[in-house]
Design a binder for this molecule. Structure first.
Ligand SMILES: CCCCCCCCCCCCC/C=C/[C@@H](O)[C@H](CO)NC(=O)CCCCCCCCCCCCCCC
Ligand SMILES: Nc1ncnc2c1ncn2[C@@H]1O[C@H](COP(=O)(O)OP(=O)(O)OP(=O)(O)O)[C@@H](O)[C@H]1O
Ligand SMILES: [Ca+2]
Length: 502
């Protein structure tokens, strides 16, 4: 219910409960702590989603009074019946809690903020607190999933990545799809994933809900929101390495995540420490990027239009990319052709090679790494940051804190692509090469030794991929989340909206 209206949308009602005549004792969330007796009650409460500032949702409650307890009971039953017809609402969920994500408050967040809301909404939740990294992903290969309506992850992007990878791998196995084959048309899992943010960056939650707030996310799950999401598969030769939903970064961001992983004890500040350190080092990596642009998309990374709830670009992409039945005997597609409309190549010396499959908005960059990227258009925004002096790179980084155009630099190229490949150039340290380099006037011998020696790693949604030579393909709307995309708010109305919103 919006603050300026008295209309309750049933699709945003959480639950209907009987209320004791004089009201029960309330806990700090405003719920009654005592078990109510529905038979004799003459009041009932409708719990609904109340929308606060900044896309934050809270449970609200209105109490109705009836003279006759039978009428009261009738109201409760009828409304409950109506809620039961909301077929997208989950009834049974499997919840994985990472007790060590972010500030290590996962268990507390679930028990105090989420479980009471699930109980209120009569959602049955089977809860597993993970015991080690990879636990949730492993369990997803063996647990019975048939009776579930969704999987919920309480943690950060790394924990979400486990659930994502576990669920997609399981789905392909059951469908007999070869996950290692880059050209395979993957089968979409039927279970939706919910994220209760309890991590350090929570980029997936920010980009799909607009905020990292556990109660808001719990409410999106309860009312059964559904947001399709693109997934990229990252391969090395003929082997799947990982699935990714938001950020892939080689060079600067790869080095940051590798360094910060050794400093998990620092909590969320590890990223700032490692970021500063890696900024000072400013390593350069030589390599070649080949990519297949999203030609017929009608959208670009330079658009002023943002992907918001009901986005038309995503809707159209979904219609174009309806899954076709899987045919195991299908031959791999022809090898890529270079040229107009086909693959393109950029070779260079890079500070960073990034791919944003959605905006990657988070607290560190409220508008995102690529503000115009879409959640579900089947594309990723490939951002090539060529070698440049530190002060210029800093100028680009600083723009992440504001609305300014972060791509408006001569050393940055951005492409909206469906697929890309990266091949590092590994320079052997021989005397001949040092001379060659100096003649080309690229780097001094000392710098070259220090700056171009080794490869970086890929930062894949915050996890490390050691293999630098990767092939990446976007799978349009491969999974669904309990979310609805970024809701328009009064604050965000300065963005050009409308033409892409249903
Ligand atoms: C001077 C301030 C400049 C601020 C620049 C902010 C740029 C922020 C860009 C953030 C990109 C995040 C993309 C999302 C990635 C997530 O899937 C992943 C998993 O959660 N998180 C990270 O990898 C975590 C990656 C965190 C990267 C942090 C980089 C911080 C750079 C700091 C540079 C300091 C230079 C200071 C010079 C005086
Ligand atoms: N019980 C556990 N013990 C140790 N590590 C775990 C456990 N459960 C999950 N993990 C791992 O912890 C890693 C980090 O978790 P998570 O993503 O929740 O927090 P974060 O890294 O602080 O947040 P973000 O990813 O948003 O930056 C994940 O890669 C996950 O595999
Ligand atoms: Ca996308």
């Amino acid at each position: 219910m919006s603050s300026d209206s008295n209309v309750l949308d049933l699709s945003e009602v959480i639950a209907v409960t009987p209320v004791e005549k004089h009201g029960g004792q309330r806990n700090k969330d405003g719920f009654s702590d005592i078990e109510l007796t529905p038979i004799s009650c003459s009041r009932f409460a409708v719990h609904y989603v109340e929308k606060k500032r900044g896309r934050v949702w809270r449970p609200g409650r209105v109490t109705f009074k009836c003279q006759d307890p039978t009428v009261c009971r009738e109201w409760i039953d009828r409304l409950q019946e109506r809620l039961n017809q909301e077929y997208l609402r989950p009834r049974r969920l499997l919840v994985f809690v990472n007790p060590f994500g972010g500030k290590k408050r996962g268990v507390q967040i679930y028990q105090q903020k989420v479980a009471p809301l699930f109980d209120l909404a009569r959602i049955k939740a089977d809860v597993i607190v993970t015991e080690r990294a990879g636990h949730a992903q492993d369990l997803l290969q063996e647990l019975e999933l048939n009776k579930l309506d969704g999987i919920v992850c309480v943690g950060g992007d790394g924990m979400f990545s486990e659930i994502l990878n576990g669920l997609i791998v399981r789905t392909q196995q059951e469908a007999g799809v070869d996950k290692d084959w880059l050209a395979a048309e993957l089968v979409r899992p039927h279970l939706r994933i919910g994220i209760i943010p309890a991590g350090s960056t929570d980029a997936v939650s920010y980009a799909t809900v607009g905020v990292n707030d556990p109660v808001t996310s719990a409410l999106h799950i309860i009312i059964g929101d559904c947001q399709p999401l693109d997934v990229s598969s990252v391969h090395y030769r003929s082997q799947l390495l990982r699935y990714n939903v938001s950020f892939l970064g080689y060079g600067f961001y790869g080095d940051v995540v590798r360094d910060s992983d050794l400093r998990r004890w620092m909590g969320p500040t590890r990223y700032d420490y490692s970021g500063f350190k890696k900024f000072c080092r400013r390593k350069i990596y030589e390599g070649e990027v080949a990519f297949l642009p999203c030609a017929d998309q009608g959208s670009s990374p330079y658009d002023q239009i943002r992907c918001t709830e009901g986005c038309l670009v995503c809707k159209q992409a979904g219609e174009k990319n309806k899954p076709t039945p899987f045919n195991p005997s299908e031959e791999p597609r022809a090898v890529e052709t270079f040229g107009p409309g086909g693959w393109q190549r950029v070779r260079g010396r890079f500070i960073a090679i990034n791919a944003a499959t959605n905006s990657c908005a988070c607290k560190k960059t409220p508008k995102g790494v690529s503000p115009a990227a879409h959640l579900a258009d089947g594309c990723t925004d490939l951002i090539l940051i060529h070698a440049t002096p530190r002060y210029r790179f800093l100028g680009h980084l600083l723009k992440h804190l504001t609305d300014s155009d972060r791509f408006n630099h001569s050393f940055i190229e951005v492409y909206r692509v469906r697929e890309f490949k990266f091949r590092p150039v590994i320079i052997e340290e021989t005397e001949d090469e040092q001379v060659e380099d100096e003649e080309a006037g690229v780097l001094s011998r000392r710098n070259r030794r220090r700056n171009t020696r080794r490869n970086s790693v890929w930062n894949c949604d915050g996890e490390i991929i050691d293999q630098p030579a990767v092939d990446v393909k976007v799978h349009c709307q491969l999974i669904k989340l309990f979310a609805r995309g970024i809701e328009e708010t009064k604050q965000s109305s300065c963005w050009p909206v409308g033409c892409f919103c249903a």
